[in-house]
Design a protein around this ligand. Structure first.
Ligand SMILES: C[S@@+](CC[C@H](N)C(=O)[O-])C[C@H]1O[C@@H](n2cnc3c(N)ncnc32)[C@H](O)[C@@H]1O
Length: 346
């Protein structure tokens, strides 16, 4: 599969518009605070962007960030501005042509930002241990429409778990299906290259993540993907695909279900660009200043991570009140608007 994917992204596709799905979306759907950052990125880098989501989580200043399958480097150069001169962003990709574009514009971006804080490495995301990257050294790992292309997703998550610092997070956008993808679709080289054939059934993804120690994956945003090429659409039958952004925290003590200990948090409204509310995930849109009841897992995701200083914490783990209602269950994605127009865009 590596050869097929390298050929697809290295030679067949030349720019975002060549994709045959609504995975990539236009700049008008990018949040206002991100637009000036993207405006500083070289046009050739932007032209070869093939992501399906937004992988710029809040509060990155000074962080070490790793981008798996960085392609031509759009997200690396956006993140470089968010981590600032005291942080670092490392991009990994296996396709020479994509890395050549990313590397060619390093000096341009260093000049424009006023500092040089990015590195690009040639490598395979399921063999991260082969790269010169220290275990437990990244605050945040991101990835944008890449894990579905990997032939060994379990190994990818194992590598992520190894490289994250305790309290760090894997924050990534990818394509998922509403059921297991049949062999005929999986073996179709164009569907595979288009990020559909290798898509995980969402519930298999949750099991995989849990198996690698990410006990409570949190879905942040999702939107249905439209297959814009009618011939390709016909080959996928009744399968439905979604672009979704998940966050997986590396935290000891997370439980397999959301348990209620009577705890709550109050957001201080102190995170730049997110003053009014902090969105942890699809079920936790936390308004500043308001007492917000949380389960034990959510408590840990806020208390034992880089977000701690921005919250007041009420309660402890002293008494258990049963299962916490309100963290979601069932098909996690919104199916409305299956024409491909959603709010969770890149
Ligand atoms: C859909 S593109 C996304 C690129 C980039 N994240 C972006 O948003 O533009 C997929 C990228 O992942 C890379 N890729 C796919 N499988 C990979 C693997 N197993 N190891 C390393 N890179 C991989 C490809 O070379 C390609 O550049």
């Amino acid at each position: 599969m590596h050869d097929i994917v390298q050929d697809y992204y290295g030679r067949q596709l030349q720019h975002s518009g060549d994709l045959k799905t609504s995975a990539c979306c236009d700049i008008s759907q990018v949040p206002a605070w991100l637009k000036p950052l993207l405006a500083r990125i070289h046009p050739e880098v932007l032209a070869r962007y093939y992501g399906c989501g937004l992988v710029c989580p809040p509060l990155l200043e000074g962080c070490r960030v790793l981008d798996l399958g960085c392609g031509s480097g759009r997200d690396v150069y956006a993140l470089a501005q968010l981590v600032g001169p005291t942080g670092e962003v490392v991009g990994v990709d296996m396709t020479d042509e994509q890395l050549a574009v990313a590397g060619k514009h390093q000096a341009f971006h260093a000049d424009s930002f006023g500092y040089a804080n990015v590195r690009f490495l040639h490598g395979y995301i399921e063999r991260l241990e082969e790269l010169d990257l220290r275990p437990g050294s990244f605050d945040v790992i991101v990835s944008n429409c890449v894990v579905n292309l990997s032939p060994d997703k379990d190994a990818v998550l194992r590598g992520v778990q190894r490289l994250l610092k305790p309290g760090g997070e894997f924050y990534f956008s990818d394509v998922y299906s509403d059921r297991r993808v049949p062999d005929a679709v999986r073996k179709d080289t164009v569907l595979y290259g288009e990020c559909l054939g290798g898509a995980l059934y969402w519930n298999d993804f949750l099991r995989l993540a849990q198996g690698q120690g990410f006990a409570d994956p949190r879905l942040l945003t999702d939107r249905p993907l439209a297959i814009t090429d009618p011939e390709l659409a016909a080959r996928t039958g009744n399968l439905r695909f979604f672009s979704a952004t998940y966050r997986l925290f590396k935290l000891d003590g997370l439980e397999s279900a959301c348990e209620d200990y009577g705890q709550a948090v109050v957001y201080r409204g102190s995170i730049p660009e997110h003053r009014g509310r902090f969105v942890l995930d699809k079920h936790h849109d936390i308004e500043a200043g308001r007492v917000f009841p949380v389960c034990g897992n959510t408590w840990r995701m806020l208390h034992d991570t880089r977000f701690a200083a921005h919250f007041d914490f009420i309660g402890d783990f002293g008494r258990h009140y049963g299962l916490f209602a309100g963290c979601g269950g069932g098909l996690p994605f919104d199916v409305a608007g299956a024409g491909g127009e959603g709010s969770a865009c890149c």
